[in-house]
Design a protein around this ligand. Structure first.
Ligand code: SF4
Ligand code: SF4
Ligand code: SF4
Length: 166
């Protein structure tokens, strides 16, 4: 782990500008300040991801774009990285989960269950409601934050958010 003075000096040498924490940082990435301090923006993780869901975000720092697909937790991004900015694979990859927004067709009264079909861990349930369209409900215990439901939603109504952002 980087020490305080070294970290401050390196940030100063880079211009001191750290982009705001993105909605979806990489799995196993440590806290955002530490990550941006150590990441050289080499792009190795972008090329290594078999799902092609890693893109260059603000400042060129890698972020996950779930509109491109899901994270399979293969760990290739963390493996290829030469910097000490990822937690061990034995740790939880992240603390984030699916959130259904107001654009959800079912919430608007239109029958739709696309997200349920794309969720392999079966974390999305539709509880029947008397005289109303069933709405999606998340089983927080099962949701891994993989993001497979994002691209599977025809209304782009699902976001993957950390518990802090929710
Ligand atoms: S491989 Fe590591 S140093 Fe290179 S862009 Fe990805 S996270 Fe940053
Ligand atoms: S763990 Fe694998 S699928 Fe997920 S972002 Fe990293 S390389 Fe891509
Ligand atoms: S993020 Fe993954 S596990 Fe969670 S609801 Fe979506 S598809 Fe299911």
């Amino acid at each position: 782990m980087t020490s305080g003075p070294d970290l401050s000096r390196r940030r100063w040498l880079k211009g001191g500008l750290t982009p705001a924490r993105p909605e979806n940082p990489l799995p196993w990435s440590r806290d955002w300040l530490n990550f941006t301090d150590g990441c050289s923006r080499c792009g190795d993780c972008l090329r290594a991801c078999p799902e092609r869901i890693i893109i260059a975000g603000d400042g060129g720092f890698p972020v996950v774009d779930f509109s491109r697909g899901e994270c399979t937790f293969c760990g290739r991004c963390a493996e290829v990285c030469q910097e000490d900015i990822f937690a061990p694979r034995s740790a939880s990859p992240w603390r984030q989960q699916a959130r259904f927004g107001a654009a959800c067709l079912a919430i608007q009264g239109v029958h739709c269950r696309s997200c349920e079909d794309s969720c392999e861990p079966q974390a999305i349930r539709f509880r029947p409601q008397l005289g109303a369209v069933a709405r999606p409900e998340l089983d927080a215990e099962r949701c891994t934050g993989c993001g497979a439901c994002v691209a599977g939603c025809p209304a782009a109504a699902i976001k993957i958010l950390s518990q802090e952002q929710a």
